[in-house]
Design a protein around this ligand. Sequence first.
Ligand code: ATP
Ligand code: MG
Length: 342
Amino acid sequence: KGRIFSGVQPTHTLHLGNYLGAVRNWVRMQKEYECIFCVVDMHAITVFQDPAELTKNTREVTAAFMASGIDVSHSIIFAQSQNRVHAQLAWILNCVARVGWLNRMTQFKEKAGKDRENASVGLYTYPVLMAADILGYQATHVPVGEDQKQHLELARDIAQKFNTDFGSDLLVPPNPVIGGPAARVMSLRDGAKKMSKSDPSDYSRINMTDDADTIALKLRKAKTDPEALPGPEVLDEKGQVKAEEDAKRPEAYNLLAIYAALSDKELAQVITETAGKEFSAFKRDLTDLAVSVLGPIGGEMKRLLDHPAEVDAVLKAGAEKARAISEPILKKIENAVGFLSA
Ligand code: ATP
Ligand code: MG
């Protein structure tokens, strides 16, 4: 049985992209893998977070995991800062990773923006902490969205360099699991940008806690074009949307892909079924579908958030299990480096 590690930052609330691209796949992987799911609060503070908001969001992400179907009797849920191994291993890996490697990371460039001199050092070394998250558990598989592929590649490079430098096999290069039909859900306002928690416009995303009216409103306002829905002529022989078609109507195909993911159908099938439909009617169907999937999850999240002690207890028990796995691994790594044990 392989071991999975994956995380979500407690920045703002989770959205449909996080659900379809990450959490829903995790729920399905629990049968096949030993799973560790982490609320990565140490990653979150690479950009300033209001402390009270950080606490609230940590509980909210935990509640989202639980409400989506992560079963804590089999899988581990905890917050990154509750296990010191992450920070300790990250330091060692900071000394293995090369500046040239980090300089190639596109997420840093995007998140630091124009004022790069003023970005936190933590934002720059974020991918090294992510490597520590994974390598500290000898995780074999890491489910990630497209946006995290480059960071996972870096984790593999760090593991290989460590093993070569120290003649060890302690760091296991992890394999990406880029899964499902919704590896990349795009913004509702701009088909060229991914749906993101940190997008300033709340209309760019559907949050997991949005109620039916909010979902309806956001989808009504979602950017589309005046044409009716495309038909099967836009598909290639593999049943994929042809690249040139996708480039013409990115927002339309994003909504179709969301519909396909929510209904667990192939995109080609959805396109065939909805061919020629007016967008207004399609958006109403999509709203009903989104509400039917997210409604019960959002409801359970609200219940859990009214009982924060229940959520905190899950995190505490999870952190204990996480330490039990990772502390012996860190000890061996420290030993390989030449540190005397404390
Ligand atoms: P932020 O804008 O703060 O980076 P985010 O929306 O990118 O937030 P993360 O916490 O960075 O969310 O990512 C959590 C998980 O969700 C990761 O596995 C990531 O790959 C996945 N994910 C994030 N956005 C999307 C998206 N638009 N479509 C599919 N998966 C996504
Ligand atoms: Mg992100």
